[in-house]
Write a protein that binds this ligand. Sequence first.
Ligand code: AMP
Ligand code: MG
Length: 347
Amino acid sequence: MNKKTIIKRADEKDALKEAASLLKSGGLVVIPTETVYGLGANALDARAVENIFKAKGRPSDNPLIVHISDISELNNLVKNITNTAKIAMDKFWPGPLTLVMEKSDIIPNIITAGLDTVAIRMPDNMVARQIIKLAGLPIAAPSANSSGKPSPTNIEHVIEDLDSKVDMIIDGGKTIVGVESTVLDVTGNIPMILRPGDVTREDLLEVFTQVEEDISIMKDDKDIIPKSPGQKYKHYSPKANMRIITGDLGNIVVRINQLEKIYREKGLKVGILATAETMDKYKEENLLILGARKNPKEIAAKLFFLLRKFDKMNVDIILAEGIEEIGIGRAIMNRMKKAAGFDIEKV
Ligand code: AMP
Ligand code: MG
């Protein structure tokens, strides 16, 4: 694939119209959303969707999320809107929550990797919703990165991975949330989190009495088959090896400094991923700061950006501080653990 990729800012004249018309004619368009940038195509056109998999190098058994601009567009796409689904939509749409529902027959099998359910989201980002509305189509859109790499939170990262592989990229600035949507199975009476995100378990418990969580989210156990097929793949990986140190914050600092010295003396270039609370406890060289622990949303927004920054710094190993696994901290740690290939040390 070698295309001439058109790049336009979302506020340029006719940019969104052009994006919509390319989508209507079967093209690939990168669109900003509030979570990360998405690589969009007409969800009802199996050939267009096939090109998403090609451009990303995505395994064909990893299903895609379908995006809509209004709840009225949902009826055609699903068979059964459960009460669980209605409650979730009412409270959290538009927003960073994807709902897994029973699929209707117009959804091509390539979208769902042959499953009888489909994942649907109505994004909060106005540019995304306007493009979907102008196209008049449901838009399949996984994150706009090469498969395996950290998801793109700005247009530079999209260009690194997808320039000349897509028809158009719409620049909507930095994404706000920075990690992908929460994926929630709402086919039954009790909702189940298949991927943690900005809509947290705590948020969901405001409207549901019970919320389950797929056990594969936080564990690396080859015997567990994840309910969300994409979860089994290597994800979000920087080029360097990464190790997470969790536990008591004082101990974390001591251990990271110890490991830094050991690796440095072996001649390796060591990156440290720390937080505002601990930043002055490390050598400044190759030190990147996620943000303040008391503001985990900031950490989520910066995580993928900093993982890509380490790539550019050409570090050999990243030593990362673990984050408390509550609220959005669960999404942060889910992405960090996958990025680290589950190399975690508790101190
Ligand atoms: P991405 O598009 O890269 O944000 O990944 C989409 C995520 O949604 C993957 O982890 C998929 O496995 C998950 N997903 C998509 N469709 C379904 C479905 N029908 N059932 C369960 N998980 C799904
Ligand atoms: Mg992705």
